[in-house]
Design a protein around this ligand. Structure first.
Ligand code: ADP
Length: 317
């Protein structure tokens, strides 16, 4: 199983301990927790047993250290995480509203996170990799987008593959520039990992069936659609449609579910497992994530997922 890499933002997340709207009055927080969608994703690839690396940047501070040390401990190649002098590690403050919506204060674009570039160390990592995972969120950060485009071109030219999680705001996808980036990545995507209406937005289609048809016609090999507490579905020419119900869990913190789902699905498929089995692992990874507070705290090893699946009585052959 070749090396899987991603390019993107590393952050710490600091969460309010009380439910409510915004941060306009003093309150208690818990954290810092290692975070950043690409970091969560690549950590889950490594914990599932895949070879994994990330191109990213942190500041010369404790927030950077907790991220790098967590990723290293979990088996991620951290050689292409640059330390940027004079800029702090990216951060996000988050508070949940009673209805589950979230308020954020971000420091990403102008933090060290926004400085991820194709350095010499990054090129050395990309040169060894057989798969690159693209996240739509990275397109919002100009320097990272350029690095990502280079990584995709290099990996594709070597005969490698690409997965794409279009976790992109609808407004950005519909702006001309955002649309072009999305279309450019879709044209080289082997595995698409949309959630909810991202499938329709990515395909610019009105129904799920039309969207799937259009995307498979583009040459995308397979789609794994995330449906939150309703589970997930796989679509491809080879296997058709495969559905997998969600696990029944109590949701504490939804952050990271989609990233862990994608990582477990991709790594399962790259290890040769069939879509039904990959969806089961992916749903299990997403479900375990939502039961833990903290974005990266619910990342699971393959053994933990096997135990979770067995405890739910959900084996597939
Ligand atoms: P995203 O975080 O990208 O929006 P989802 O919310 O769809 O993605 O979550 C990804 C996967 O995690 C789902 O397909 C599902 O398998 C699992 N999951 C998410 N939320 C829950 C939940 N409340 N209960 C059980 N499984 C969940």
């Amino acid at each position: 199983l070749g090396l899987t890499i991603t390019v993107g933002e590393i952050l710490v997340e600091i969460m309010a301990t009380t439910v409510g709207a915004g941060f306009l009055s003093p309150q208690s927080f818990v954290g810092p927790f290692p975070s950043g969608a690409p970091a969560i994703f690549i950590d889950q690839v490594a914990r599932f047993g895949g070879a994994a690396g990330i191109v990213a940047a942190v500041g010369a501070d404790d927030f950077g250290t907790i991220n790098v040390e967590r990723l290293r401990a979990d088996g991620v190649d951290v050689s292409a995480i640059a330390t940027i002098q004079g800029k702090p590690t990216g951060s996000a403050f988050v508070r949940y509203r009673p209805d589950g919506a979230r308020d954020f204060v971000f420091n990403i674009t102008h933090s060290a996170a926004g400085e991820a570039r194709m350095t010499e160390a990054a090129r050395a990592l990309v040169a060894k990799s057989g798969h690159v995972h693209v996240m739509g969120s990275a397109f919002a950060i100009p320097g990272i987008a350029a690095a990502l485009v280079e990584a995709v071109a290099t990996v594709k030219a070597r005969g490698g593959s690409v997965s794409f999680d279009p976790n992109i705001r609808k407004e950005l996808a519909q702006a001309d520039e955002g649309r072009k980036l999305v279309d450019d990545v879709l044209a080289v995507t082997d595995l698409l990992l949309p959630s909810g209406d991202e499938l329709l937005v990515a395909a610019d289609a009105a129904t799920e069936e039309a969207a799937v048809e259009r995307l498979l016609n583009l040459g995308i090999g397979e789609i794994a659609l995330k449906r939150g507490s309703a589970g997930s579905s796989h679509f491809s020419r080879q296997f058709g449609r495969v559905d997998c119900p969600a696990f029944s869990v109590e949701e504490i913190d939804p952050t990271g579910a989609g990233d862990c789902f994608g990582a477990a699905y991709l790594t399962s498929r790259r290890a040769g497992l069939a879509p039904a089995r990959a969806l089961l692992y992916a749903n299990a990874a997403g479900a375990r994530t939502v039961t833990r507070q903290g974005p990266m705290e619910g990342v699971s090893s393959r053994e933990e997922l096997d135990e979770f699946i067995a405890a739910a009585g959900r084996e597939v052959g």
